[in-house]
Structure formats: C-alpha cells, structure tokens
Write a protein that binds this ligand. Structure first.
Ligand code: FMN
Length: 384
C-alpha cells in the first residue's frame, strides 16, 4: 500500500512530504518533479504568488543514483519568499504582539470553523495550512506516481471543460495534437472557441472584483480490467479516486463517466453493453471505466467541480472573531480562477490513487517484480 503525508504552511519555510511503499528501482529525478510543478503554476486568472513561487523540489531520501531504493522518499519544496515571513512564521515562542495576526474569518475558507475547533484567536494558524499552497506538494507526489505508472504504459491527462458558464460543447479525442493544444492553452482547454469564452468570463469576473470555479476532466487510459475491487467500500477504485480528488482544496464534486446525468436517464440509455472481438469491450463508456469499484478496461473518465475562489476583490461580509463587529473581508492577493491549476493537481491525485491500486494488485518490492506480475496478468486477460 502506498501512503504519503505532507507538512508545511503557506508562508512557512518549506513544504515536506514523505512517501511510503514505493517499490525500489523506479527511475526518478528532481527534474521529473519540477516539470510537473511548473505545469501547476500556469493558468489564466492566477494571482501574484505565481510570480514569486517558481517551485522546485529537493529529494533528501529514498533515492540513490537516480532510482528509488525502497525506503521512504522525502520531498521538500522551499518557499521562496520565506525571508519576508521569517518573523511572522517563526517557530520560536514570542511575547510580542503579532502584527500579522488574523481575527477576521474569510467566507468560504476554513478560518472560522478551524479557529473555533482548534481554539485559535489568530486565524493565521488555520489559513496557513488550509491554503492551496499545499497543492504544490500534491503535484510533486503525483509526479512520483506518474513515474511508477510509466512502466505500465498508463496515460493520464486532464483538460478544463468549463469555467463558470463558459463550457465545451463536446468531449474531444485526446489525440497528440489535442494534448499539445491543452498544454499550450492558458486555460488547459483543447477547444479554441471555448478557450476564448473561458478567458472572457475570467476577464469579466476580474473586472467585477469577483471569482470563478469550473469543471476539469481527468482521463486515465490503458488501465487494465480488474484494478480495485467490489469486496470492500474502502478498496473500491472509484471510492478511492473520489476521496483523493475531494481532498483537493475547493473541489466540491466528483463524477464518473455520465455522472449525475445518469440519475435522470433510463437504464437502457445508461448502461454500457458488452461485446466481444479479440477481447471484451463496451459499446459506450457511460460508466467512465469503472463498474462495481473495479476498472473494466475502458478509459477512466472523471469530472471534478471546483467552487469559485472564495477570496474576492469585492469583499464579502463577515464578523470579527474577537470583537464580533461586522466587516468586509479584505484581501492581499488571490487567484481569480484556478481551475487549470486544479486540473494539474487532480491529475497528480488520480495518478497517486491509480498507482496505489496497481501496487495493491501487483505487489512487489522492486518495480521489475511488479511489472513481471503485471505482464503475467495481461497475458491471462488476453486469453479470457
Ligand atoms: C490550485 C488552487 C489554487 C487556489 N487558489 C486560491 C486563492 O488564490 N485564493 C483563495 O481564496 N482560494 C484559493 N483556492 C481555494 C481555497 O484553498 C479553498 O477554497 C479553501 O481553502 C477552503 O477549502 P474548501 O473550498 O475545500 O472548503 C485554490 C484552490 C486550488 C485547488
């Protein structure tokens, strides 16, 4: 079983992650991870922090001479502007009044419930950790999972299907050209006309001091039939993918295939009929590649809904935690829309969960052992 934990505050010294359960022998470099970190930092509608971030990772254990060695992998991403936050984020006890203390909870954030729960009067103790800055480390962790998936020839991609009410009409084939277009698009959208509409709604929201959310889609191709299981709720592939994706800040819904729409349709229009020609296949893929918690050999198709960014340049009303006086929530800097970046984070989390499910099925302490088990299984599937 694969596990990871992250630590770190938004303006703290660094983000850290420890990844456990990776087989030895996976080829990995800091550059592999940095490439993914750069992808998260793109996107039309991002705020000021992207200019100072330019994230890069340091691997401090679990890797030797370019290959994992089976011990825990430790990743560190240093915060470039920590110098400016050294005093505010100091780990030492201080008796001076903190000028950066926050007593005003922002609507849509963890500030108020977190402050009450942890008995903090300074809400910075909540917002620093609740911040989506942590998604940088999620992307780094996902980059490692992608290196594991590469051995299985599994392809994992994402694109933005909607920002606010600007959406794509149809879903594209992920050809090489479409994938290149997605990577080059400021909103990670394969459709040029939809891209223009998305950028226009972001411009309009910005001008109005407002923010936007949207929908991104993740497609995982070449996952063999039989990953995940129906036997327990916490080993279902769809359940685990959902949990990983819902664990991303601001993600409020996850759908597989036809998703919520299936609830309004007749069964005859929903369920994918089964055919056989040199192997089993389905006539459609409304299930999104998973039946009974098990991959069925079709593409795994997941849509994720992201709520609008909660920090608005046109402030929302709130109440001061200590004085109980009403106020309008002011901001330092914030994204207007971060759906393209969230799609990259979604890819990372989906990669991690897919890798976890593969390791559960194929096991192995060295990647060659894992891949050997995998090839035997593929040979069996071909004969069914
Ligand atoms: C990639 C990414 C970037 C984000 N950037 C911001 C931001 O700049 N400002 C903000 O208020 N919220 C931002 N968020 C969303 C908040 O972190 C999130 O809404 C908040 O922590 C409350 O958590 P919840 O929405 O999961 O309930 C971002 C989320 C993601 C995934």
């Amino acid at each position: 079983m694969l596990r990871f934990l992250t630590a770190g505050e938004s303006h703290g010294k660094c983000l850290t992650a420890i990844l456990e359960g990776l087989p030895s022998g996976i080829i990995l470099s800091e550059e592999d991870i940095d490439r993914e970190l750069q992808r998260r930092q793109q996107g039309y509608g991002r705020g000021g922090r992207m200019q100072i971030e330019k994230d890069c990772v340091e691997i401090t254990s679990g890797l030797r001479h370019g290959r994992t060695i089976g011990s825990p992998l430790c990743l560190i991403i240093h915060n470039r502007d920590f110098e400016n936050w050294k005093e505010i984020m100091s780990t030492r006890a201080t008796d001076t009044t903190d000028a950066a203390a926050v007593s005003k909870p922002r609507p849509g954030h963890a500030d108020l419930p977190g402050g009450i729960k942890y008995r903090h009067t300074d809400l910075r103790n909540i917002l620093e950790r609740a911040s989506a800055r942590e998604t940088a480390m999620k992307v780094a962790v996902g980059a490692v999972a992608k290196k594991l998936l590469a051995g299985f020839d599994i392809q994992l991609n994402s694109y933005v299907a909607a920002i606010g009410d600007a959406s794509m009409e149809s879903h594209p084939d992920l050809t090489e050209a479409a994938l290149n277009r997605i990577e080059a698009s400021p909103v990670r959208c394969p459709d040029e006309a939809a891209e223009k509409r998305m950028m226009a709604v972001i411009d309009a929201a910005k001008a109005a001091g407002d923010s936007l959310g949207g929908i991104f889609r993740i497609i995982i191709r070449k996952v063999p039939v039989g990953i995940g299981t129906h036997v327990h709720w916490d080993r279902r592939l769809d359940a685990n993918l959902s949990r990983a994706l819902m664990g991303i800040q601001a993600i409020k819904g996850v759908e597989f295939g036809m998703g919520f729409h299936a609830a309004r349709e007749l069964g005859s229009r929903v369920h994918d009929e089964i055919f056989y020609r040199n192997g089993f296949y389905h006539g459609t893929n409304n299930a999104g590649g998973i039946e009974g918690g098990i991959s069925n050999g079709e593409d795994i198709v997941i849509s994720c809904a992201m709520k609008p960014i909660p920090t608005l340049y046109s402030p929302l009303r709130s109440v001061d935690l200590s004085t109980k006086a009403p106020y309008a929530a002011g901001i330092e800097r914030s994204d207007i829309c971060a759906v393209p970046a969230a799609a990259v984070v979604g890819e990372a989390m989906a990669a991690w969960e897919t890798a976890n499910a593969l390791m559960e099925k194929f096991g192995g302490d060295n990647i060659n052992e894992t891949l050997c088990n995998y090839r035997h299984y593929l040979a069996y599937v071909q004969e069914v």
